[in-house]
Design a protein around this ligand. Structure first.
Ligand SMILES: Cc1cc2nc3c(=O)[nH]c(=O)nc-3n(C[C@H](O)[C@H](O)[C@H](O)COP(=O)(O)OP(=O)(O)OC[C@H]3O[C@@H](n4cnc5c(N)ncnc54)[C@H](O)[C@@H]3O)c2cc1C
Length: 439
């Protein structure tokens, strides 16, 4: 088979690239390892419950072009909801972001947070605090010790499964804004403040879970998608590349990879040891998603952050049945718990049954599930590549691998191909920009 462009990977990025190239009249094929498209955006419907396999997903963006693209492809299959997000802190539901919910903290904790915020701000403005050199220092520098120790550090160390002092902070500017002191004081005395307004409302497919978005994008290009094609080898040949899964070969003038760098490099011959070492050093987290179907209701919350390790292994609990009423049977509701892990750690060695038992037990203890009798469905899904972790070696290592791929003439687009913390909107933006420049 000969094509102009082969796109490796049929997740959201690969499918979006294929659609955009197809719209430009280009001959394109998508090669996807799994039996279905969607990657991290796949969903499962079972016993009347729909869950997102790669953790709970919602549709939101500051990028108005991308947001309207996502909503327009979904057409009538999109529900819009107001975000109601909380942090579970010492048994209380505290408004998210934490710095906007200080009035809900116990008195001593509220004092600790505001006092340290103000002391730190004065010290920073006087130039007494050196600029941060890692993520832990950035958190203290931005929020002060109170908010840092009460929420930011424990939450971040849980989700990244890695010490914050060994993480880089280059990626947080703009993603986690420094709250104005007025907002901190307002929030501490109980005057309403809103953070992260770009997420104040969000959308979600009425039926089919987040995978419905990928299918809606794929609609005009489905014939160009080859599933069950796990790319194993990539050979340069005159005028392009030969891509093979060990049985079939696709010849393409151009190669756009959306698969993880860790899966791409083994397909290539003569990878220099230094490049391989840089790729091996790139850090990522795996994800275990725990699905729970319940009889009766769940709290009227979109999702709940859980910083305290004593509450459970999960860093976040979402309530998909609050995104769309069609994702749970009538009279039922649902919970999706997310647990990050790495090869060799405790969670990686727990059986699915043990993870379910831990999650259900912890949620009953936290008062989120009334009793075991309410649990009518459970399930687990694991994703090897879930989060890029920006450790302190990241910038150096990623630059080495990117440069190598550039020299080999392979374009990189997507979350684990660019190896960037890209949400769905960031992936679609990358695809639009790529096709705009290289289409
Ligand atoms: C817990 C969690 C929650 C999230 N929540 C949100 C959210 O609420 N909103 C949001 O906008 N974004 C969210 N995201 C981010 C979103 O999931 C990603 O941005 C997006 O799905 C990445 O798409 P991708 O196509 O770049 O990568 P992937 O989805 O990883 O796709 C890569 C594809 O390549 C395939 N592949 C791998 N190796 C090979 C091979 N050798 N040959 C062929 N194919 C191969 C894989 O099977 C996969 O289909 C979340 C992510 C996580 C982990």
């Amino acid at each position: 088979m000969n094509v102009k462009s082969a796109v490796l990977g049929g997740g959201l990025t690969g499918i979006t690239l294929a659609r955009l190239l197809h719209e430009q009249g280009e001959d394109v094929t998508v090669l996807e390892r799994d039996t279905t498209i969607g990657g991290l955006c796949r969903s499962i419907t079972d016993a009347g419950f729909t869950f997102d396999l790669g953790g709970s997903h919602i549709i939101f963006s500051r990028d108005t072009e991308v947001l309207s693209f996502m909503l327009s492809v979904l057409g009538g299959n999109a529900d819009r909801r107001k975000r109601n997000t909380k942090i579970l802190y010492k048994g209380r539901y505290v408004k998210y972001p934490f710095e906007n919910g200080l009035y809900q903290l116990p008195d001593e904790d509220r004092f600790f947070c505001i006092n340290e915020f103000v002391k730190n701000l004065i010290a920073v403005e006087k130039g007494e605090v050196p600029p941060p050199e890692n993520f832990a220092e950035w958190i203290n520098y931005t929020f002060g010790r109170g908010i840092a120790e009460s929420y930011m550090l424990p939450y971040n160390e849980k989700i990244w499964n890695f010490p914050a002092r060994r993480m880089s902070h280059h990626w947080v500017e703009g993603r986690i804004p420094r709250p104005p002191v007025e907002d901190i004081i307002r929030s501490a005395v109980g005057i309403e403040t809103e953070g992260y307004v770009h997420q104040a409302v969000f959308s979600y497919p009425v039926t089919g879970g987040i995978e419905a978005l990928v299918h809606a994008i794929a609609e005009p290009v489905l014939p160009a998608v080859r599933t069950n094609f796990a790319v194993r080898s990539i050979r340069e040949e005159s005028g392009g590349f030969a891509v093979s899964d060990g049985r079939k070969t696709v010849h393409a003038e151009r190669l756009i990879s959306t698969i993880p760098l860790q899966n791409l490099l083994p397909c290539l011959a003569d990878v220099p040891a230094g490049v391989q070492a840089a790729c091996d050093a790139l850090r990522y987290n795996s994800l275990c998603s725990v699905f729970i179907g319940l009889s009766g209701d769940v709290p009227d919350i979109s999702w709940l952050y859980v910083p305290d390790p004593a509450t459970g292994l999960f860093n976040r609990i979402s309530f998909p049945s609050n995104y769309s009423t069609a994702v749970a049977p009538a009279g039922h509701s649902s919970i999706l718990a997310e647990i990050t892990y790495n090869d060799g750690d405790t969670v990686s060695q727990m059986t699915d049954d043990a993870v379910i038992e831990h999650t259900v037990g912890s949620l009953i203890a936290a008062g989120i599930i009334p009793s075991r009798e309410n649990v009518v469905y459970t399930g687990v899904a694991r994703q090897k590549f879930a989060y890029v972790v920006y450790d302190t070696g990241y910038l150096t290592n990623v630059a080495i691998v990117r440069e190598f791929c550039r020299e080999r003439g392979i374009d990189l687009v997507g979350r684990f191909s660019q190896f960037e913390y890209l949400n769905m909107d960031g992936c679609i933006r990358s695809a639009i920009d790529f096709v705009g420049t290289n289409g």
